[in-house]
Structure formats: C-alpha cells, structure tokens
Design a protein around this ligand. Structure first.
Ligand SMILES: Cc1cc2nc3c(=O)[nH]c(=O)nc-3n(C[C@H](O)[C@H](O)[C@H](O)COP(=O)(O)O)c2cc1C
Length: 210
C-alpha cells in the first residue's frame, strides 16, 4: 500500500493521530513546575527532545486546554524555571497518572505517590527517584504560528543522575540499560528498551550535531 496525504485535508484530530503514530518512539519530558503561589505541578510531554548540547537545551511543545495555557506553561511563564524528569520504566504508570486534567491546585506528586526532591539551582522540585532530571531556566518561548502549542526551550543548569544510573566518568556516556527509558508511541502505547545495535559512523564525521 502507498498513499500520499496532504495535512491540510485532514481534521486537526487526524493530523495529531498521524503525527504521533509516525514519529516514534518519542522521549518523554516529565516536567515539574511551581505556580506563582508555590504549588507543585507535574505533567508529561512527548513533543519533547534535546535541541543542543552547548549550551544544553531541551524543548517541549505545550498545547492548550479549553482555550487557555496548560498549568505547566502558565507556571513557566510566571517563574521562568522548570525541571525535566526523564522517565524510566519503573515510573511508566505514575507518569501517565500525572497527565490527568487536574485542577491547577492539585499536586500531581502527591496524587501519584511520588517523592519530590529540592533542586539545587532553581526553586522547583524534581522526582526524587527519577532516573535523571534536568534543572532548567527558560531560554526562549517560540511561537508556532497557527498552532495552539508553543515551544518552550529550557537551558539545563544542573543535571541529576539517579543512583541506579551507570555513567563512564571520563566520557560521561550513560549506559542505556541503566537508564531503562520509556518511549511514547501513538495513542496509549509505550515502548521499553529493546535490542541495542552498535553501528560505527563513517570516518570524518565527528558527530557534533547529535
Ligand atoms: C505520554 C504523554 C505525553 C504527552 N505529551 C504532551 C505534549 O507533548 N504536549 C501537550 O500539550 N500535552 C501532552 N500530554 C498531555 C499533558 O500531559 C496533559 O494535558 C496534562 O494534563 C498537562 O498538565 P498541566 O495542565 O498540569 O500542564 C501528554 C500526555 C501523556 C500521557
């Protein structure tokens, strides 16, 4: 079977389904923030990725709900800081639970039975036993035109590595088996680490771009 699809001929729902089931697996940024009143918030975002390593930048595309910004975006706009927790398989169920459309005052850490730990550089907690977590300062908010979403880019100012993580202290290469990452597929489907293949790059490619 082959098909050619023009995005403009689809409904918004169809475009969303097509996009999230084709671009897989996606890493999940499990973002914690604090409201201006100090209330904790935690929610997952899989329109998320690493954008740059020097400086270390990560980005997440945050949608809208009921015509207004989601709590995560409201909080980031108010405080300029957030943490990104990386999701290991042990947190798959808890991560999904925190995606519930809760009222702004609900503390998703408590609701999902997660311990919070205080960050070092910013006043936002991270998931205490996350496999790893980034402390981020807002670098830029990028308007995405007609999209109801905005791209939030954060500069990583501190990196927490969980105690189960194995990292080469010379190269800083993290052993992916110890990270045990969860990837988002389409809909409610997720994938865990499967077969890992090692393939060397052609000579002359220093690999700086990721
Ligand atoms: C695995 C997963 C990935 C998600 N990715 C996104 C995303 O990239 N962008 C988005 O706006 N919402 C995404 N959501 C939905 C949000 O997590 C959900 O709307 C949440 O309630 C937002 O919380 P907040 O209002 O506290 O910010 C995702 C949900 C799940 C379960």
């Amino acid at each position: 079977m082959s098909a050619l699809i023009h995005p403009k001929e689809l409904s918004a729902r169809q475009r969303y389904r097509l996009m999230i089931s084709l671009v897989v697996p996606r890493p999940i940024g499990w973002i914690s923030t604090r409201s201006a009143d100090g209330e904790r918030n935690l929610a997952p975002f899989s329109f998320f990725n690493a954008l740059s390593s020097s400086p270390m930048l990560v980005g997440a595309s945050l949608g809208r709900r009921g015509g207004g910004p989601k709590d995560t975006l409201t909080n980031i706009r108010q405080t300029g800081v957030f943490t990104v927790n990386l999701v290991g398989s042990k947190h798959l169920d808890a991560m999904v639970r925190t995606s519930g459309e809760f009222a702004a005052h609900v503390d998703e850490f408590s609701d999902a039975g997660l311990q919070a730990a205080e960050s070092e550089r910013i006043d936002v907690p991270y998931v205490a036993d996350a496999v790893a977590a980034f402390e981020c300062r807002l670098f830029r908010e990028v308007d995405l035109g007609a999209s109801p979403s905005v791209l939030v880019i954060g500069e990583v100012v501190a990196v927490h590595l969980g105690q189960d993580l194995t990292m080469d202290p010379e190269t800083y290469h993290v052993d992916v088996a110890s990270l045990d990452p969860v990837g988002r597929l389409g809909g409610d489907e997720y994938t865990l680490l499967g077969e890992v293949r090692v393939v060397g790059r052609p000579e002359g490619d220093a690999g700086g771009g990721g």
